[in-house]
Write a protein that binds this ligand. Structure first.
Ligand SMILES: Cc1cc2nc3c(=O)[nH]c(=O)nc-3n(C[C@H](O)[C@H](O)[C@H](O)COP(=O)(O)OP(=O)(O)OC[C@H]3O[C@@H](n4cnc5c(N)ncnc54)[C@H](O)[C@@H]3O)c2cc1C
Length: 289
């Protein structure tokens, strides 16, 4: 099926894009990589009268270190994240996740901003941003906002973004000291979206115990979410196999998966336990260096 007719706009600045969004309100949609939006338009689940193509806007793509944070522009492609030597070195959870998104076509066109704005319940980057305590930066006619990842994903395909807002970049704080991050997933056999995906970020104290932990899960709820129980189970513990297993079990206990063609509730809960264990163990291994 073809999309319903729309007017195409190609603004050359963020201000122009904001003006177009303000003029057309709920009738407009931003177009980034198009790999989530175009299928929806073709299925006519959405019929925006105006498409605002933000692929040519200057300054929205790129990965750079700024002080104690890494900043990733919203229009940065999954592929650019996957092959970033900076990210591989300081935040390998991001390259782990990007490398597992879809296939090369999807990774070449899809953008990190598009993925986060779309807030698909089985997307990979939302769990990564939650595990990293990232901040999502936006602009709108009312000015700029910095939205903590914890407040960004609020429901099924629903984020904290308003219709007149553009996500411009994500700021990821660098972890200090002995820190490790990792992302593991079981992909859907056809789409490669996460049946279950888990992001983990841990820091260790001088004695080797867990000083801080963030664990976030995607694929088994209506939006990606942290697992406070898994995090509590890790902090203060020596991260041996038994402690990691207890945290993974706590993560699995906290999810509320839906049975579907890919598996039943208990299967998905067990998958969550296995994947959480792998992600936490890998993050700990990286923290130990
Ligand atoms: C076959 C296939 C397999 C896939 N597999 C995976 C997978 O394994 N894991 C995964 O996580 N994803 C997967 N995806 C989704 C893919 O990662 C998409 O690229 C991504 O979800 C959307 O990014 P995009 O740049 O294509 O955004 P678009 O499709 O252009 O936009 C998506 C939505 O976000 C809005 N938007 C885009 N950019 C902004 C912005 N800067 N500010 C505000 N709103 C914005 C758009 O208006 C639209 O509503 C897959 C997609 C396909 C087609």
């Amino acid at each position: 099926m073809y999309p319903a007719p729309f007017d195409y706009h190609a603004p050359s600045s963020v201000d122009d894009a904001l003006r177009l969004l303000a003029d057309h309100g709920e009738d407009a949609k931003l177009l980034a990589g198009g790999h989530s939006l175009l299928p929806i338009l073709k299925l006519r689940f959405a019929r925006p009268a105006h498409l605002i193509d933000i692929r040519r806007l200057p300054g929205l793509a790129g990965i750079r270190q700024e002080g104690d944070a890494v900043v990733i522009g919203a229009m940065t492609t999954h592929r650019a994240v996957e092959f970033s030597s900076l990210l591989k070195q300081v935040l390998p959870i991001l390259t782990d996740a990007a490398a597992q998104i879809g296939d090369p076509l999807v990774r070449n066109a899809g953008t990190i901003g598009g993925s986060l704005a779309h807030a698909d319940p089985a997307a990979d980057f939302p769990a990564v941003m939650l595990a990293l305590g990232a901040e999502l930066r936006t602009v709108s006619p009312r000015g700029g906002r910095a939205i903590p990842a914890d407040d960004f994903f609020i429901g099924l395909m629903t984020s904290a973004l308003t219709a007149d807002e553009i996500l411009t970049e994500v700021r990821v704080p660098l972890l200090r000291g002995r820190a490790g991050t990792a992302y593991e997933k079981v992909p859907h056999p056809a789409s490669r979206f996460a049946l279950v995906g888990v992001g983990a970020a841990v820091t260790l104290d001088d004695g080797g115990a867990v000083a801080s932990a963030r664990v976030a899960i995607t694929g088994v709820g209506d939006h990606a979410a942290r697992s406070p129980a898994a995090e509590r189970a890790l902090v203060g513990q020596a991260p041996d196999d038994a402690a990691i297993e207890r945290a993974a079990a706590a993560a699995a206990e906290g999810v509320d998966p839906r049975a579907d063609l890919q598996g039943g509730v208990e299967y998905k809960r067990n998958l969550t336990r296995v994947i959480a264990r792998r992600a936490i163990a890998r993050a700990v291994e990286r923290a130990r260096g």
